[in-house]
Ligand binder design. Structure first.
Ligand code: FES
Length: 180
């Protein structure tokens, strides 16, 4: 009987480490498969999203896709500033009825500027740059005026060309668009 027990211990000493090793390897492999599965899913999701969005090539081939219809002329009162935070611009309607689309990205280090109605100026919350209502710098450290986007007016609709952000030193009248 003693012999039998001794033999059993001997056998289990030989077998158990292997079993542990095999179980460990299996767990490791199963984890690797799970990670690979997640990576494959992420790639599939990325591929699907990129197929659904208009690509760079598409935007080049179809510049009209760059245009964001901001609204109808009458949606924007004279002397108004309207923010489109999603597309990152302000649409300004001047006193004489012209339209100017200003980028809301500060020309200093790229923070988003805010419209301060009481001070009648754009202010940057990061380093206190300020810009007048046509985007000229009135308080540094911003080195130049806010960028602007060309505006097109077609069939009473205001279209902002988001594909052509223009950088500039200062405001000039030819940056304003009027309905004909
Ligand atoms: S990022 Fe606007 S002032 Fe610095």
């Amino acid at each position: 009987m003693d012999d039998l027990i001794r033999m059993k211990h001997k056998i289990s000493r030989h077998i158990e480490p292997n079993n542990i090793e095999t179980t460990g390897r299996r767990k490791f492999l199963s984890r690797i498969w799970k990670i690979l599965g997640l990576v494959a899913l992420a790639e599939l999701a990325f591929f699907t999203i990129s197929m659904l969005r208009p690509g760079r090539k598409n935007l080049k081939d179809h510049p009209e896709l760059n245009f964001k219809v901001a609204g109808n002329i009458e949606d924007f009162p004279i002397n108004s500033v309207t923010a489109d935070r999603v597309n990152k611009f302000f649409l300004i309607r001047s006193e004489d009825g012209g339209f100017l689309a200003l980028s809301l990205i500060c020309s200093h280090l790229g923070c988003s500027v805010l419209w301060d109605k009481t001070r009648n100026q754009f202010v940057c919350p990061c380093h206190s740059s300020a810009f007048d209502r046509v985007g000229n710098v009135i308080n540094s450290p911003a080195p130049r005026a806010l960028d602007y986007f060309p505006v097109l007016i077609e069939g009473g609709k205001i279209k902002v060309d988001l594909g052509q952000k223009k950088s500039r030193k200062k405001f000039e009248n030819n940056q304003v668009t009027y309905a004909i």
